[in-house]
Design a protein around this ligand. Structure first.
Ligand code: SF4
Ligand code: SF4
Length: 238
């Protein structure tokens, strides 16, 4: 919250806002565009306002959604997942979430510093649902869906804008090209950006199952391997 009456117009806070939501008005005081603001608290935590005109605020639902998606130390009460997503594939050796023949996706939307409207996120999740993806139930965005089969988000959050969020899902490998084509199509229909994290199990011969599809679709990739030695054993038989 910015208490305009206290502001002395020093402009110190303006460049701190990652969303470009703070501007100096004709009254020579700072103002926050509430539609652009993603409630990240960067202005409060870093600008060091000389007159304490920027102060924390207890946010009501559904605006509180913005704050949780912008601050990793805030937990979604319903999932106990802090911030935007889950551990994804990082703990697959313990969770066994992704198995041979399956492909896991995390779609990192709105970063860096762009932000994304949840109604644009819904465009993407609904298009993916038509392909038949399985959304990750512990992801906080999945919790915001009123219908996980269609990818529809709750109506009361559709006017909210978040710093970033990560739709997470998995598919059978044979659906991989269709998912890529869907993501490429929707990327032209939304007013934001996203990058993809894709997880597969490497074949016994060392080849990676999806590489040929990425090459066919001219998608630039950085392959990363991850090996946990002795940290945990699979929760289920692979
Ligand atoms: S830092 Fe404080 S006083 Fe300076 S422009 Fe921002 S709100 Fe106003
Ligand atoms: S809370 Fe974040 S987005 Fe909102 S005005 Fe401050 S820095 Fe900008």
């Amino acid at each position: 919250m910015l208490i305009t009456d206290l502001c002395v117009g020093c402009t110190r806070c303006v460049p701190y806002c990652p969303s470009g939501a703070i501007s100096i008005g004709k009254d020579k005081k700072a103002h926050i565009d509430r539609n652009k603001c993603v409630e990240c608290s960067v202005c409060y935590n870093n600008a060091n306002c000389p007159v304490n005109a920027i102060q924390p605020e207890e946010l009501e639902w559904p605006r509180s959604v913005r704050e949780v998606f912008a601050t990793v130390y805030k937990e979604h009460k319903q999932t106990n997942v802090p911030g935007r997503g889950t551990e994804e594939m990082k703990t697959n050796d313990v969770t066994g979430r992704f198995r041979p023949g399956e492909v896991g996706f995390s779609v990192d939307m709105g970063r860096p510093g762009v932000g994304v409207d949840l109604k644009d996120v819904e465009k993407l999740t609904m298009a993916l649902a038509k392909v038949g993806v399985e959304f990750e139930p512990l992801n906080p965005l999945t919790f915001l869906m009123s219908d996980k089969k269609t990818g529809k988000l709750r109506d009361d959050v559709l006017s909210e804008r978040v710093h970033s969020c990560i739709p997470e899902f998995k598919i059978k490998e044979e659906k991989f090209p269709e998912v890529l084509e869907t993501l490429q199509r929707v990327s032209k229909e939304i007013n934001s950006v996203f990058s993809l994290g894709i997880c597969v199990k490497v074949n016994p011969d060392g080849s990676v199952p999806i590489m040929k599809y990425l090459n066919e679709h001219n998608i630039y990739y950085l392959p990363n391997g991850k090996t946990n030695i002795g940290i945990g054993k699979p929760a289920a038989k692979f």
